[in-house]
Ligand binder design. Structure first.
Ligand code: ADE
Ligand code: ZN
Length: 338
């Protein structure tokens, strides 16, 4: 049987917006629940999938945090990452910068050591097993306090050889980037790269604040920049990468329908867009599925798709492996879209 994952667009690409906890497929959730003796409040995988009807970001986050209960051991995090990497590789992902949410695990009694060691078991051998290079980005939950973010950065200090950067995620509205100025300054002083979700549900001002106050190098989502022409002009001028997630935007109702997604207009405006999957187990597709969707529904042609793939490597945190970036970029230029 051909799985839908075998046929999605395999143009070489980097995935720059991917929450590892959002790759928890219902089948794996039930397998881990059984292994760990955790009771899930759903009869089976079909009943769980029925719950994947989201009104907004918060209604998704409620389920996302609930299902994390099945992730308890290093092996669980290893299995989760291995399953994602296999699926991503089958869709042409050559490089991935993976977000994880330590506060959501520490709050359940699962320590930073378990999470990082477990993920690293899969990430550390990913180039050999999956042909995918990886980076790890630790996210702070913006609906938790600034003090909690600082404590989380402190807990990560023994693992900084494995963590490339910090990010900011969870419920956006009411939690502006400036709340996290101090922890981003501390992260920068430790040599960590900086990104943040902004302009997913929150206003364009949050994008400006993430750039000016947190010093981020990429904006995750950034969709609502289109409401502010001066901001668009700035993002174009400064070549700030945006990690867009089209299928996520539809599922979380940030856009009404995919056909109305502003991606084509954003590319026409000269924005440095990339296409990513966000939480693929919940939003109906991995990276290649998102590329398929923007080709099929938004009518993006080969050169626009090549631009998206090229941007993904240009925006990657590969400064310590420029030869690898150059190899990936030459694969993109050589790719035949047929
Ligand atoms: N955490 C996981 N997915 C997220 C998203 N799309 N926005 C904010 N926080 C998240
Ligand atoms: Zn996200």
């Amino acid at each position: 049987m051909i799985s839908p994952y075998d046929i999605s667009m395999p143009v070489p690409k980097a995935e720059l917006h991917l929450h590892i906890e959002g790759t928890l497929e219902p089948e794996l959730a039930f397998a881990l629940a059984a292994r760990n003796g955790v009771e899930l409040p759903y009869a089976d995988t079909d009943a769980l999938r029925e719950a994947y009807r989201f009104q907004d970001l918060q209604s998704f986050l409620n389920l996302y945090y609930e299902l994390m209960a099945v992730l308890r051991t290093e092996r669980d995090f290893e299995d989760l990452a291995d399953a994602y990497l296999a699926r991503a590789a089958a869709q042409g992902v050559r490089h991935v910068e993976i977000f994880f949410d330590p506060q959501a695990h520490i709050a359940r009694g699962v320590g930073m050591d378990t999470v990082v060691e477990g993920l690293w078991r899969a990430l550390g051998r990913s180039r050999e097993t999956h042909g995918v290079s990886t980076r790890l980005i630790m996210c702070f939950l913006r609906d938790e306090s600034a003090g909690s973010a600082l404590a989380t950065l402190d807990a990560a200090k023994p693992y900084l050889d494995r963590i490339t950067g910090v990010g900011l995620d969870s419920a956006e509205v009411g939690h502006p980037p400036a709340k996290f100025r101090e922890v981003y300054e501390a992260a920068a002083a430790l040599g960590l790269r900086r990104v943040a979700h902004a302009g997913e549900e929150g206003p364009p001002e949050y994008i400006t604040e993430a750039l000016d106050v947190l010093g981020v190098e990429r904006i995750d989502h950034g969709l609502r920049c289109v409401e502010d022409p001066a901001l668009v002009e700035r993002l174009v001028r400064e070549r700030v990468p945006l990690t867009l997630c089209p299928l996520s935007n539809v599922r979380l109702r940030t856009v009404d329908v995919l056909a109305g997604h502003p991606l084509p207009a954003m590319l026409d405006a000269g924005l440095m867009c990339t296409v990513n999957s966000d939480d693929p187990a919940y939003f109906g597709g991995y990276a290649g599925d998102n590329f398929d969707a923007v080709r099929d529904v938004l009518g993006l042609g080969a050169e626009r798709l090549r631009e998206l793939a090229r941007n993904s490597f240009l925006a990657s945190f590969l400064e310590d492996e420029e030869e690898l970036r150059a190899r990936y970029l030459s694969e993109v230029e050589a790719y035949d879209f047929g």
